[in-house]
Design a protein. Structure first.
Length: 367
């Protein structure tokens, strides 16, 4: 373990009683979290009501779109069975702490205890954001970075109508993940307005396969509008922001459209899709055509992720060594997962991403 000691420059002759906290990006997903089914990230806190580290989220599907029974035809015996599915996931504890010796506090011009709380709160925000991004890119619950090629291929087979590689649907026709990525080139396969509209059509397409449903947009109350939200990396956002069609579309955005909870500073709007830049999305280095970088992005609808909470972020303090050292910690019990529903008796066969369309686009660095 390591004790925290003040840096050489942190002494009263050079510093006053203020300090500068290291800049951190506020969690961009806070605005889309909520307990209701109209949230992109649905918070479930059922864990706090009892024991256990597993939670099941249930889904009741829509009725079939036929006309039902008409006239004098018998309804009895023609009842429709409700389509119910479930998704099970686990939670775990996550902690981080700082220990401060008493003499370090005497030697420092700043209040190290307050500073420790602040930087730990910053860490908790950044950590939550990081885990949400990891969940969005996950392959059936396995992080993209650690998933095998076989796992990625199996995920692609089950989610072929929820994954887009570049501009053309044919780029992913092999149902081989690495081969599909290698079809993405830097000429035709950048993220464009047309590519976003294609992903929206994929989200809204009618599905007949068991376990597959349309992705539901988020309703904005009081505006009679519905939106998807796309999370893109800096390189794809650069390509979009420089597109003349997108630039004209931003000139036509109304104040009413901007004044809803889904809009955040700097967002773009296209075809009912709010595009938000996330600078922590990592590129897939050298996997595209000719060895170009590819950048993932995600178009999200309602209940795209579930955030199960057993205990919200909370700080704790403790004294050690007869009061000579002071410790402060942050901890949370939670699980963040992409919602997935399958088929079969236990709902685990042919798992489908419930509220996300994943896209991969050319992400060449600036020159």
């Amino acid at each position: 373990m390591a004790d925290t000691r003040p840096a050489t420059g942190m002494n009263p002759t050079q510093w006053d009683d203020k300090y500068n906290r290291e800049y951190f990006q506020e969690n961009p997903f806070t605005a889309v979290m909520g307990t209701g089914p109209n949230s992109i990230i649905q918070i479930k806190e059922d864990f706090s009501k009892g024991k256990g580290d597993n939670m099941t989220v249930n889904l009741v599907g829509r009725m079939s779109d036929d006309d039902g029974v008409e006239g004098t035809d018998m309804l009895e015996g023609n009842e429709e069975e409700m389509d119910t599915r479930s998704f099970n996931f686990t939670i775990n504890k996550r902690r981080k702490a700082i220990r401060i010796p008493e003499m370090s506090e005497y030697r420092s011009a700043i209040n190290l205890r307050d500073a420790a709380r602040d930087v730990l709160m910053d860490w908790s925000q950044e950590n939550t954001k990081k885990r949400i991004i990891t969940a969005l890119g996950s392959i059936n619950g396995v992080s993209y970075a650690t998933a095998s090629e076989a796992q990625k291929d199996a995920w692609l087979v089950d989610n072929t109508d929820r994954v887009q590689f570049g501009a053309l649907r044919s780029n992913g026709s092999s149902l081989d993940h690495s081969t599909s990525l290698a079809n993405i080139d830097n000429t035709d396969d950048k993220l464009t307005p047309g590519a976003l509209s294609l992903m929206k059509r994929l989200a809204l397409a009618k599905r007949t396969t068991a376990g597959k449903r349309k992705i539901r947009p988020i309703r904005v109350e009081g505006q009679n509008r519905r939106y998807f939200k796309a999370y893109v990396g800096p390189r794809s956002f650069r390509n979009l922001a420089g597109n003349s069609t997108i630039q004209q579309a931003q000139r036509e955005v109304t104040l009413q459209q901007e004044n809803n909870r889904l809009f955040q500073g700097g967002d773009l709007l296209w075809d009912g899709i709010i595009i938000h830049e996330i600078d922590d999305i990592e590129v897939l280095t050298g996997v595209g055509n000719g060895g170009i970088d590819v950048e993932p992005m995600w178009l999200c609808g309602a209940q795209a992720l579930v955030y199960g909470i057993g205990k919200r972020w909370k700080s704790r303090t403790k004294e050690f060594d007869y009061g000579d050292k002071f410790g402060v910690a942050m901890e949370e019990i939670c699980g963040i997962h992409k919602s997935r529903y399958g088929s079969g008796a236990d709902d685990t066969s042919d798992l489908v991403d419930h509220g996300v369309v994943t896209g991969y686009y050319a992400g060449v660095a600036d020159v």
